[in-house]
Design a binder for this molecule. Sequence first.
Ligand code: DX5
Ligand code: ZN
Length: 240
Amino acid sequence: MILSPSLLSADFSRLAEELAALEAAGTTWLHLDVMDGAFVPNITFGPPLIKVLRPHSGLFFDVHLMVEEPARYLRDFKDAGADLLVIHAEADRHPQRTLSEIRKLGLRAGLALNPGTDLAPVRWLAPDMDLLLLMSVNPGFSGQAFIPRTYEKTRAARAMLAEAGADHALIEVDGGVCPDNAASLLEAGADVLVSGSAFFGHKPYDARLAAFMNAARGLAERPGLRAARVWRAVAPHSNP
Ligand code: DX5
Ligand code: ZN
């Protein structure tokens, strides 16, 4: 499994130090929640913040766009240093085109679904995605309670991806994830777990990472996940 800590719960007054601490603890991904105040009832940050963080970190930037019609900003996020762009099916009239555009930019493409959204888009968009993000809370805020029906949805999504011949695609679960529900999510077919409040609130980070990684003990790693460990954007980002 890969843990993708959500920056939203980090100390915003000292982000460069937070990124250094994450890398020192052994994390490899960073989840960046972009909110536009229209698709979700909250506003966070956009490409300028990602751009200033990029030179401070070699982490894989997993950018979650909670933004209406995200196709308008793909180039901006690429230039800022994103590695993976995840768009919401509910926010994009033409998600197939947007996923293709993301790949054309040389980035990994992900599709996110809200808790109340059916898996139907997966059937037709599976070949266009490198990752499927299943929201296990309604997007907008960290610190919300995990919705248990996500286990069943994860199992169904994994089966649907296999049926569509897209078993390479990763499943990422986002919202209310903690060491207590991590094992069940991995058993259901998740590969990447996002954690905000349940990660950053618990120092030291290396011990917290170990608590999440313990959940994966005894589970065989899927080939798709092994392949994803070497994902990088076209221009590799340098560590300072
Ligand atoms: C919610 C965001 C999540 C959030 C996760 O809209 O997409 O990534 O930061 O935070 P926790 O783990 O606290 O639910
Ligand atoms: Zn997120």
